[in-house]
Write a protein that binds this ligand. Structure first.
Ligand SMILES: Cc1ncc(COP(=O)(O)O)c(C=O)c1O
Length: 437
């Protein structure tokens, strides 16, 4: 697992992690897609996110190839990394987009995704968001409750337009991941319980402007075992059977969600071939098109967060390396106790020491690594935090009134800024110190 293992495996598979990111060492320098990361850091400063477009393409191609035996669509989960340049890479590959808000819808459209390649998921969509989805002609809206379904019916009726609907089922499947990102078990907020699926299907079938086109699930994130997918798909197919028996024959899509896990330390990531081998036989013969919604799998390994060492200090028998990237830049270590491998940008051949790598934010919980064996870094030296391409920048905040970092995209020996560092005045733009005067 990549979550809940902050101090991490004794030996992370650094060679494999570098390969996953499309990183290599040349004369001690860390190079991504032909670009020395120190050149990126020199140009844009630190902290900074850097994404390898070539690595994203390779990941997409691997999964696409594995799923080739069945009609399928890979709908990239925009929440993992919503930068427009990243979205454009995936759109150009033919991906669809899985979105969870009107903001993500606007991003997907701005990046050029056709509306009908967009799937709208999420447990709490507002009426305005449902209207925006209908206006954009999304491929389908995955509803997560009966009340949302009734609202969607009203939205469809007011605009007199057909809205394709998916029912996101809670299949009650147990997964081995951090509880905050386990989403397919009964008793949590996600999905329609299995005993309410047939009534929901009947409601949709009886509504003149709704059409049931998809049955969906999303079990959770950072899953490395195929068995929960097999179990969940078995339950979805049983429901599809019941719905068809009830005379509703419009379902065309089996949406099995995202959640394919990646390598953060020494764990075996989800292998696309093994994933496909486990699920394709279940889908073949159903007559359904398979949709998958991976986020982390496509972009997680392809991104790094660059940071610089500000200070070193010793306190209470411990050694600290204070860097310029904090929990506001990458919250995963603090929030999920997630392990992220840290490597030097330029190797200096120093001895390994145990340190806490901490950020500048005023919280004891502001750290990137605890009790981590690392080469003895010195002030001004730079590091790369690996596996930062997913749930990195998108979860960044302005806490402590810190600017969010730039995002840089790299491919074929070139790099470009895809989003600049936030300007200082953007931090309080629109605020009024005397609004009551
Ligand atoms: C409905 C849905 N689909 C897909 C994903 C993507 O998950 P992952 O990035 O683990 O693939 C999520 C993540 O929360 C989700 O909620």
């Amino acid at each position: 697992m990549g979550e809940g293992v902050l101090t991490g495996p004794a030996t992370a598979d650094v060679a494999a992690l570098l390969a996953d990111a499309g990183l290599e060492r040349r004369g001690g320098s860390l190079v991504m897609a032909g670009v020395p990361l120190s050149a990126v850091a020199d140009s844009v400063g630190t902290p900074a996110y850097v994404y390898n477009a070539d690595a994203i393409r390779a990941r997409y191609a691997e999964l696409d190839r594995a799923l080739a035996p069945v009609p399928h669509r890979i709908c990239y989960a925009v929440k993992a990394n919503a930068n427009l340049a990243v979205l454009r890479v995936l759109r150009d590959l033919g991906a669809g987009a899985d979105i969870v808000s009107a903001g993500e819808l606007a991003r997907a459209l701005a990046a050029g995704f056709p509306g009908d390649r967009v799937v709208f998921s999420g447990v709490g969509k507002s009426a305005d968001e449902l209207r925006a989805a209908a206006d954009a002609g999304v491929g389908h809206v995955n509803v997560e409750s009966f009340e949302e379904l009734e609202l969607l019916g009203a939205v469809a009726a007011e605009g007199r337009r057909m809205i394709p609907v998916g029912i996101r089922v809670n299949p009650d499947v147990t997964t081995d991941t951090h509880p905050y990102i386990s989403t397919g078990k009964s008793g949590i907020k996600f999905g329609v319980p299995t005993d309410q699926v047939l009534p929901a299907a009947r409601f949709i079938a009886s509504h003149p402007q709704l059409e049931l086109t998809s049955i969906a699930m999303h079990l959770g994130s950072q899953l490395t075992d195929t068995e929960p997918f097999r179990e969940g798909i078995g339950r979805l197919l049983a429901l599809v059977g019941e719905i068809r028996t009830a005379g509703i024959t419009t379902i065309r899509v089996l949406d099995v969600g995202g959640g394919l896990g990646i390598r953060y330390g020494a764990e075996a990531p989800m292998d696309p071939a093994a994933f496909a081998a486990a699920i394709v036989p279940l889908v073949q013969g159903s007559g359904l098109t398979l949709y998958v919604e991976p986020g982390r799998f496509l972009v997680g390994s392809a991104g790094v967060l660059l940071a610089s060492v500000l200070y070193r200090k010793h306190s209470g028998g411990k050694s600290f390396v204070v860097v310029d990237a904090g929990m506001n830049d990458l919250v995963r270590p603090s929030h999920y106790h997630a392990y992220h491998e840290i490597v030097e940008l330029e190797t200096a051949g120093r001895d390994v020491v145990r340190v806490d790598v901490v950020g500048p934010v005023c919280e004891t919980g502001d750290f990137l690594a605890l009790d981590r064996p690392l080469p003895a870094l010195e002030r001004g030296e730079r590091i790369a935090v690996l596996g930062a391409g997913a749930y990195g920048f998108v979860m960044a905040s302005n806490y402590n009134t810190r600017r969010r970092p730039p995002e840089v995209i790299v491919q074929g020996g070139r790099f470009a800024v895809a989003r600049p560092r936030e300007e200082p005045d953007a931090l309080f733009r629109g605020e009024n110190p005397t609004p009551l005067d």
